[in-house]
Design a protein around this ligand. Structure first.
Ligand code: GRF
Length: 188
């Protein structure tokens, strides 16, 4: 049995989707959902799904002592970042080599790095008149959005695309592919 911890700071639609995807699995279990934002909708989703919630802060994350203990106590094998907005400390990244997986709403290396999250990404894509965008699923290293790419899926950015419409199209790709790619990595 592989155990996952999902980290998120926002609405948690991907976190919920992953939990539902593996809810009847004999091979994969969600140990807990970790957030740095007590008010985020991901918290309500975790409660509804009856998944334990672990709260962290920027300082506690950087210190990594408490979180390391939680991860060990729950026997977590893989960490999934689904809209987690804090940068992970190097000691955490080094403790889980090729075991931390992030989802990014653009075709990295384009539109990655500091400040490139959520609607900011789609704004930039449209402003630069890109003809395609997509999603990237990658391993996390100590640099923002620069770890080894596992999977990318492209979509066409239409001429009259808006931030909202692009966001919607990207979200559909994320919901379709993220759990499947996680499963592939976990069970390889
Ligand atoms: C997703 O668009 C993901 O690509 C990015 O953060 C967003 C999280 O959305 N890393 P949600 O919290 O899963 O709804």
């Amino acid at each position: 049995m592989k155990k996952l911890a999902i980290f998120g700071s926002g609405t948690g639609s991907n976190a919920e989707n992953i939990c539902r995807y593996f809810s009847n699995s004999n091979c994969v279990k969600i140990a807990f959902i970790c957030t740095n934002n007590k008010d985020a909708f991901i918290v309500s989703r975790a409660k509804k799904l009856e998944i334990p919630i672990v709260y962290t802060t920027k300082n506690s994350l950087n210190n990594f002592t408490k979180l390391r203990k939680k991860l060990n106590d729950y026997g977590v094998d893989y960490i999934i970042l689904a809209g987690f907005l804090l940068k992970l400390p190097v000691k955490m990244v080094n403790s889980y080599p090729q075991k931390i997986i992030n989802l990014h709403p653009s075709l990295l290396p384009k539109y990655g790095g500091r400040g490139m999250y959520g609607a900011n990404v789609h704004h930039a894509v449209i402003k630069n008149k890109e003809t395609e965008s997509g999603i990237t699923i990658h391993f996390v290293n100590e640099l923002y959005d620069e770890g080894k790419v596992i999977f990318q899926k492209k979509l066409v950015v239409s001429v009259n695309e808006t931030v909202k419409s692009l966001e919607k199209k990207i979200r559909l790709l994320e919901l379709e592919y993220f759990p499947k790619i996680i499963e592939k990595i976990l069970l390889r």
